[in-house]
Design a protein around this ligand. Structure first.
Ligand code: UT7
Length: 350
C-alpha cells in the first residue's frame, strides 16, 4: 500500500490563511538554512583496487554508474565519528556555537549500535547539553526524512536551531564478494544547520518551502539488509535488485519533485539547483532530462564519492556551497529514493 505524507499545503499555498497580526504582515516562521558541512574518510578505494579483489573493472563501473572511487572509513571509525566531523564545519559555516543547537536529527542506516540513537553520541561529542537528539531510518532518503522532521518541529515552535545530519558507514554492511552491490557504495557524512526565522510567506520567501515524503513497503525485498541489529537476531549484508531500484528511482524521484513544484505554485524552470541522491550518474542524468533541468544546474558527486546513502544529499549540498554554486534566494530541489521503498523531495529557498 502506498503511504504518503505531505508536509506542504495544497497547491499554490504553503501555509493556511493568515490570521495573526504577524501573518497579516506577510511573514511566517520558516526553517532557514544557515550553512552546511561534510566529511569524507581519508582512505580512497579506486575501481582498479576493487578489480584486484573481485571480478569487475574500472571500465564497467564507470560506464554503468559513473563512479571512479569511494571513501572508506578506517578501522574503528564509526558513523558518529563521521557525523561529528561533518557537524563541526557546518556549525562553523553557520556561525553557531554547539550549545545553541536544540535538536539533532541524524539519518542513518548504519548506527554505531542498535541503541541508543547515534545522534545522542554526536550530541555528547559536540558537547551539546540542551538538545533533543534522535535517529531517523529511511535509508537513502533518510536525509530528506530528517529534514522534514526538523523543519516541522521548527515551524511548530518546538525547537529553534537544528542540526540535520546524514551519516553512513555502508562499507560495514556490504558483501564484498557481491560485485553487483559492493562497487556502488562509500562512506561519508554531511550536515546542515537550520534556524527558525521570519520569512516572506509563499515560495519567494527564504527557508524550507516543503517536504514531500512517500513510502511503499511492497518493495521491501528489492533493497534490504538480510539481518543486522534487529528482530532477526543475525548480522546481514545489503541485497539489491538493481534494475528494479533503478526504474523506481528515476520515476519516483522525478515525480516527487514535480509534486513539490506544483504544490508550491512554481515551475520546473524556477529550479536553480537540483541536488538528487547520488546513486548512479545515469539515474541523475535521466531525472535532469525528464525535469528539463540543464546539466549545469545539477550537482553531481557520485564519481568521487559513490553512493553514501543518507549522506549523499548533505555532501552534495556542501560541495555546491563550497564551490559557490548556491546563492541566497536560489531555489534548491532535493530528491532521494532508497530501501522500503522510501522516497521524497524538498524545496528550499536558500
Ligand atoms: O541508493 C539506493 C538506490 N540504488 C540505486 O539507485 C541503484 C540502482 N541500480 C543501478 O544503478 C544499476 O542497476 C546497477 C549499477 C546496480 C547495475 O547496472 P545494470 O546496467 O542494471 O547492470 P545489470 O545488473 O543488468 O548487470 C549487467 C551485467 C550482468 O552480467 P550478465 O548477466 O549480462 O552477463 C552482471 O553480472 O553486468 C554484470 N555486472 C558486473 N560486471 C562487472 C554486475 N555488476 C558488475 C560489476 N562489474 N561490478
Amino acid at each position: 500500500m502506498l503511504m504518503k505524507t505531505e508536509t506542504a499545503q495544497p497547491k499554490g499555498s504553503q501555509y493556511p490563511e493568515s490570521t495573526t497580526p504577524l501573518e497579516k504582515s506577510g511573514l511566517v516562521q520558516k526553517s532557514l538554512v544557515l550553512g552546511c558541512g561534510a566529511y569524507l574518510p581519508e582512505r580512497i578505494v579506486t575501481n582498479d583496487e576493487l578489480a584486484t579483489r573481485i571480478d569487475t573493472s574500472d571500465a564497467w563501473i564507470r560506464k554503468r554508474t559513473g563512479i571512479r572511487q569511494r571513501h572508506i572509513a578506517a578501522d574503528g571509525e564509526l558513523t558518529s565519528d563521521l557525523a561529528v566531523a561533518a557537524c563541526r564545519p557546518a556549525l562553523l559555516k553557520a556561525g553557531i556555537e554547539p550549545d545553541e543547537i536544540d535538536l539533532i536529527v541524524l539519518a542513518t542506516s548504519t548506527p554505531d549500535n542498535t541503541f541508543p540513537a547515534t545522534a545522542t553520541r554526536v550530541q555528547a561529542q559536540l558537547g551539546i547539553k540542551q538538545a533533543v537528539a534522535f535517529d531517523v531510518q529511511a535509508v537513502c532518503s533518510g536525509f530528506v526524512y530528517a529534514l522534514s522532521v526538523a523543519d516541522n518541529m521548527i515551524r511548530l515552535g518546538q525547537v529553534r536551531t537544528a542540526l540535520v545530519v546524514g551519516a553512513e558507514v555502508f562499507s560495514r554492511i556490504l558483501d564484498w564478494e557481491d560485485r553487483g552491490t559492493c562497487v556502488l557504495f562509500g562512506d561519508g557524512a554531511g550536515a546542515i544547520v537550520l534556524r527558525a526565522g521570519m520569512s516572506e510567506a509563499g515560495a519567494s520567501g527564504r527557508g524550507v518551502l516543503s517536504t514531500h515524503l512517500f513510502s511503499d513497503g511492497s518493495h521491501y525485498d528489492s533493497l534490504y539488509v538480510d539481518g543486522g541489529p534487529g528482530s532477526t537476531g543475525k548480522s546481514g549484508h545489503l541485497r539489491m535488485a538493481g534494475q528494479e531500484v533503478y526504474r523506481h528511482a528515476v520515476h519516483n524521484m522525478t515525480e516527487s519533485i514535480e509534486i513539490a513544484i506544483e504544490a508550491n505554485g512554481l515551475n520546473l524552470s524556477d529550479i536553480d539547483l537540483l541536488v538528487p541522491h547520488q546513486a548512479n550518474i545515469r539515474i541523475i542524468e535521466s531525472i535532469g532530462r525528464k525535469l528539463g533541468v540543464d546539466n549545469n544546474k545539477v550537482v553531481v558527486t557520485v564519481a568521487s564519492q559513490a553512493n553514501t546513502s543518507a549522506a549523499t544529499i548533505p555532501l552534495a549540498l556542501t560541495h555546491a556551497q563550497n564551490e559557490n554554486r548556491i546563492q541566497p534566494g536560489d531555489l534548491v530541489a532535493l530528491s532521494a529514493l532508497g530501501g522500503g521503498f522510501a522516497w521524497g523531495s524538498s524545496l528550499i529557498r536558500w
